[in-house]
Design a protein around this ligand. Structure first.
Ligand code: COA
Ligand code: AMP
Length: 632
């Protein structure tokens, strides 16, 4: 291991106040914090509690003041519309200040919530930064979620204003957003007072008089708004993520810890210097998009690419190579699934040659387990470090990584390398005792968590404690299982709950089961995540029908597929449901999801000793074998 990593890791754990106090010097404060870490009774910590700052100032204004006004801050590259547009730091600061003025004119002030439901257009980032400028709390909802999911988030966040767009574009398909927003508002118990809708040229949305304004109307006659100082511990945003039920968890991110941690990560993990270009191919609706499309590159004075397109199909599997060459990208970040998609379309990597790798130094992958064949394929093709790193919506930045900025360590394919400085990763047994080196257990982080990690859940402190702190007192429970090997490398194997990862998107099978159970003909159901060559995992529904409805099996299977799409959204990628006579269970009635998953994935499994009816597993085996014909 390189000494710079080890020394940083040791220092961050031995004296977090000193380590993060130094890191805090890279941020502009309105009032410099003197209380770096306040330890709470339950082991958690509050970072920079007496500090005052503004995140938007740190992302934009400070760079303009420092002479970077003409440097590109954000490049919008949209193969689906044929547009490429560059915004300098000066331009972006002005656009954000104006939109902050528009929000303020609608009554949005510090602490108010604003929900942003937008495709990958620059206005999405502008809206986020405008909220940060006002000290308002944004909550971005991914465009692939359906109206009921948006409604749930409206109810929880209770926004004063929603910012949306007339449509998104999925390769060549126009996805109208406004009908989904209207439906969500109809379903919501806490509808917003006002909506601002970006009218895109390809589709004009109908506006509700008195409630909706177009983006241009909202900006007309408003004054640019200055940055409003907020406490370091004030929330910057809420980002909802899948929990184990239909009620998503509202992950809260504070201003101070977030700014310090992300800025530190740019230099020490990603090694992106001010003025360099970072290309994160994700969506602003996910945490990766929040952190590494919008905030971190801007906090670091770098240039970020906001890409509205796919790895394949817009127009082909060479799309990323074109972006990297055209914009002089130094570091790229995406999910392994995107590289599986490219590899499937262009296994020889022929589409790279016309572009080359240009200034690219490294590719970072996260969001799901990086399978070694994909990592090795990317490594061979690019001839550059391909760095798997592990993180979660909750943590906001990587827990484990090969820290390029501290000096690369040897790669072990399948492992996201070592705990990032600040993260004290431990592997525990069910009683919270540390597992012997190399043995699989629950991956947990010793408290306090470093800056930038979630301090709580929005409106749900008790749920926060229950979900993350209760299982192992003194630790944060990640929900991932894995092990730490003799070299200190972390290996992340699977979730310990019912979360699955579909194309790098985090979904709850429990939530899908709630939808399936709502079908009048369904007596019992289970949803399991099964291995998929492209998406990593996809959900599969198993249905037991009520007596007398068995003849409607295929229709019910089709209907539940439609229900999941309508209630959760296309992003759930729930395409297959199978009707079975019964579900395999233990004698105490617990559905044997793990065993079914093993059968579906063709893995070895042991017949559970506690199984109630072994024949039920035989039926599952034949149903899965026949899937091609009997799935919906
Ligand atoms: N708005 C509306 N619909 C959306 C959407 C959005 N923002 N994003 C996705 N969808 C739809 C898709 O069109 C698709 O619809 P379909 O069932 O009608 O085909 C469905 O949701 C599933 O989307 P996805 O899982 O993304 O599958 P895909 O087949 O469209 O694309 C990949 C597969 C691998 C190309 C794609 O997932 C991808 O580019 N992944 C990159 C990694 C990434 O973004 N990760 C995020 C975390 S880092
Ligand atoms: P999300 O909150 O959407 O970022 O999803 C977080 C989950 O994705 C983690 O808890 C892991 O299960 C999984 N994940 C993310 N990155 C990795 C990785 N590098 N290796 C394995 N699993 C990962």
């Amino acid at each position: 291991m390189t000494s710079r990593y080890q020394e940083a890791h040791r220092r961050a754990l031995a004296d977090p106040e000193e380590f993060w106090g130094e890191a805090a010097d890279t941020i502009d404060w309105v009032r410099r914090p003197t209380r770096i870490l306040e330890r709470q009774e339950n082991g958690t910590g509050r970072w920079f509690a007496d500090g005052l700052l503004n995140t938007c100032w740190n992302a934009l204004d400070r760079h303009v003041e420092a002479g970077r006004g003409n440097q590109a801050a954000l490049i919008y590259d949209s193969p689906v519309t044929g547009m490429v547009r560059s915004y300098s730091y000066g331009d972006l600061r002005d656009r954000v200040a104006r939109f902050a003025g528009a929000l303020a004119a609608l009554g949005v002030a510090k602490g108010d919530r604003v929900v942003i439901y937008m495709p990958m257009v620059p206005e999405a980032a502008i809206a986020m930064l405008a909220c940060a400028r006002l000290g308002a709390i944004h909550s971005v909802v991914f465009g692939g979620f359906a109206a009921p999911e948006l409604a749930t988030r409206l109810d929880d966040a209770q926004p004063k204003v929603v910012v949306s767009a007339s449509c998104g574009i999925e390769i060549a398909r126009i996805v109208p957003y406004k009908p989904l927003l209207d439906e969500a508002i109809r379903l919501s118990a806490a509808p917003p007072q006002r909506c601002i809708v970006l009218q895109r040229p390809m589709l004009t949305a109908d506006l509700v008089p008195g409630r909706d304004l177009s983006w241009d109307e909202a900006e007309a006659d408003v004054e640019p708004h200055a940055c409003v100082p907020v406490a370091a511990t004030d929330p910057l945003y809420i980002l909802y993520t899948s929990g184990t039920t239909g009620q998503p968890k509202g992950i809260v991110r504070d201003n101070g810890g977030h700014a310090v941690a992300l800025r530190w990560s740019m230099a020490n993990i990603y090694a992106v210097a001010p003025g360099e270009v970072m290309f994160t191919a994700s969506d602003v609706g996910w945490v990766v998009g929040h952190s590494y499309i919008v905030y971190a590159p801007l906090l670091a004075g770098a240039t970020t690419i906001l890409y509205e397109g796919k790895p394949v199909g817009t127009p082909d599997a060479g799309a990323y190579w074109r972006v990297i060459a055209q914009h002089g990208v130094s570091v790229m970040f995406t999910a392994p699934t995107a590289f599986r998609a490219i590899k499937r379309e262009d296994p020889e990597g022929r589409l790279l040659a016309p572009h080359g790798t240009g200034r690219l130094r490294a590719l970072f992958l996260a969001g799901e387990r990086a399978d070694p064949p994909t990592v090795e394929w990317a490594q061979q093709l690019l001839g550059l470090p391909v760095i798997d790193h592990w993180w979660q919506t909750e943590t906001g930045w990587p827990i484990a990584a090969n820290c390029l900025g501290l000096g690369l360590m040897p790669v072990k394919p399948g492992s996201p390398t070592v705990a990032v400085p600040g993260w004290d990763v431990r592997c525990l047994d069910a009683e919270g005792q540390e597992m012997p080196t190399g043995d699989v257990g629950a991956l947990a982080i010793r408290l306090p968590l470093p800056p930038g990690a979630l301090p709580t859940l929005w409106n749900a402190e008790a749920r926060f404690r229950q979900a993350y702190l209760a299982a192992f007192p003194g630790y944060y429970q990640t929900g991932d299982a894995g092990f730490v090997d003799a070299d200190g490398y972390v290996h992340v194997m699977s979730r310990t709950d019912d979360i699955i990862n579909v194309a790098g998107h985090r979904l709850s099978t429990g939530q899908m089961e709630e939808v399936l159970a709502g079908h009048p003909a369904v007596a019992e159901c289970a949803v399991i995540g099964i291995a998929d060559a492209l998406k990593g995992q996809v959900p599969l529904g198993l249905l037991v029908l009520k007596a007398g409805t068995a003849s409607a099996g295929e229709a019910v299977a089709r209907e539940v597929v439609r229900m999941v799409r309508d209630r959760i959204g296309p992003v759930a990628a729930f395409k297959t449901a199978v009707v079975v006579q019964r579900l395999p269970k233990t004698r105490s009635g617990k559905i044997l999801r793990g065993t079914m998953r093993a059968i579906a994935d063709g893995q070895d499994y042991r017949m559970p000793a506690t199984i109630d009816d072994p024949a039920a597993l035989d039926e599952i085996r034949s149903a899965l074998a026949a899937l091609g014909s009997s799935g919906a």
